[in-house]
Design a protein around this ligand. Structure first.
Ligand code: C2O
Ligand code: CU
Ligand code: CU
Length: 419
């Protein structure tokens, strides 16, 4: 932060070219560079001030996905930035440590703008006294997963607004790289994984089926590490994992076909090459964050959302001029998401929620923490306990929507205000 305690960020949305495939240049969009964006980082309690300049030939917006903030700072479709203009939102970070992210949200063009490369991570730190790997880029490594299709000339191929899901790419990039590897130098590494894909879901694990620990999801740390062999991530979701390595080994992080429409296909994502000598790492803490359950009181308001086809919620396509739900400040509510068709997921701006059940069963242990985006499998009902914030604004809405961007853009989105 500056002397006045304010942390200032300058972001410039711009077009460029990126060498992704050998010998080819891909036209891409990025923040402060040709492709993707810098990892932003702030502490709980910081005042942040953003200056977001749009140097693109199209109107766009920048949404702080996972951030708890006033609706006018949220960067949804109601905060357009015209070409040449600069948008200057500001807020105070007041939420637990978490891996969140930022991406454009212009209504009808989010899929295209994200697909071209506009996305970055936004890490929130909190001074919890925990011995977790935290040397950025060394043993605390961001992994942004995005699938793409390439045309023969190296440009991104496919129309993110066509077909049932838009783009389901056949190449998965990690931090914008094709066929990447990472040299591991420590016994344990924390990966902050973001599914920044338009539609694809990943079932992530290692080629040798080693077990590892999930320590955080969208909204921050779990109460305790959860040991898994694999975990799933749908678009917009994040997870932090801790993986242990032995000297000299090599192992591949991969996504395996789960037979689900948006999760088909096996992909090798990242080759991990451990050094002959690894720096010792402290043991994984048995407890992480004090995770207070989000509990809706008896008689809490229940709202029901039916996802139909790919372009409507409760039978209505998104309408910028219609407020669908009015929520009292600080409310604790039950939101019930029903999906009668193929895969969707559901993201709610501003809030933290916990998954109560998925088709009557408890969610997997690693998905019991604070979240803002949840998988809603085909033909299922997912119930959420949702905690709303206290920034009131009767006219500026927040969004809830399917984070399969083709669906969001074609109208599977609604608006709520907090009053
Ligand atoms: Cu990440 Cu409304 O979106
Ligand atoms: Cu969001
Ligand atoms: Cu959807």
């Amino acid at each position: 932060p500056d002397k006045d305690g304010v942390r200032r960020f300058d972001l410039s949305m711009q077009a460029g070219r990126t060498p992704i495939l050998p010998g080819k240049q891909t036209p891409t969009w990025g923040f402060n560079g040709a492709f993707l964006g810098p990892t932003l980082r702030a502490d709980r309690g910081d005042k942040v001030e953003m200056a977001v300049r749009n140097r693109l030939p199209e109107v766009s917006t920048v949404h702080w996905h996972g951030m708890r903030l006033p609706a006018r700072m949220d960067g949804g479709p109601h905060q357009p930035i015209e070409p040449g203009d600069t948008w200057t939102p500001h807020w105070t970070i007041d939420q637990p440590a978490a891996t969140s992210w930022y991406h454009p949200h212009p209504h009808g063009a989010t899929a295209q703008h994200v697909y071209r490369g506009l996305a970055g991570m936004f890490i929130i730190d909190d001074d919890l006294d925990l011995d977790l790997p935290s040397d950025y880029g060394v043993d605390d490594v961001p992994l942004i997963l995005q699938d793409k299709r390439f045309a023969a000339d190296g440009s991104f191929d496919g129309d993110p607004l066509k077909g049932t899901f838009g783009i389901l790419g056949d190449h998965v990039l990690v931090n914008g790289s094709h066929n990447p590897h990472l040299n591991v130098t420590t016994e344990r590494v924390r990966f902050r994984v973001l599914n920044g894909s338009n539609a694809r879901m990943y079932t992530l694990g290692f080629a040798d089926k080693r077990r590892f620990h999930v320590i955080a999801t969208d909204g921050g740390l779990l109460g305790a590490p959860v040991e898994v062999e694999a975990f799933a991530l749908t678009p917009g979701e994040r997870a932090e994992i801790i993986v242990t390595f032995t000297p000299g080994e090599q192992v591949v992080l991969r996504s395996t076909d789960n037979g689900v429409d948006i999760g088909e296909g096996d992909f090798d994502l990242l080759k991990l090459i451990a050094a002959a000598d690894l720096k010792p790492a402290p043991a994984l803490p048995a407890h992480l964050a004090p995770l207070a359950a989000i509990t809706a009181p008896a008689g809490a308001k229940v709202r029901r959302f039916k996802l139909s086809g790919h372009d409507a919620i409760n039978g209505k396509p998104m309408d910028m001029a219609r407020i669908d739900e009015v929520v009292p400040a600080g409310a604790l509510e039950i939101w019930e998401i029903e999906n009668n068709v193929y895969s969707h997921n559901f993201h709610i701006h501003e809030v933290a929620f916990q998954v109560l059940d998925m088709d009557g069963s408890a969610p997997p242990a690693y998905a019991t923490g604070y979240k803002d985006t949840v998988y809603v499998p085909a033909k299922s009902v997912v119930r959420l306990a949702v905690q709303f914030g206290r920034f009131t604004d009767p006219v500026s809405p927040y969004m809830y929507h399917c984070h399969i961007l083709r669906h969001e853009d074609s109208g599977m989105m609604g608006q709520f205000v907090i009053v």
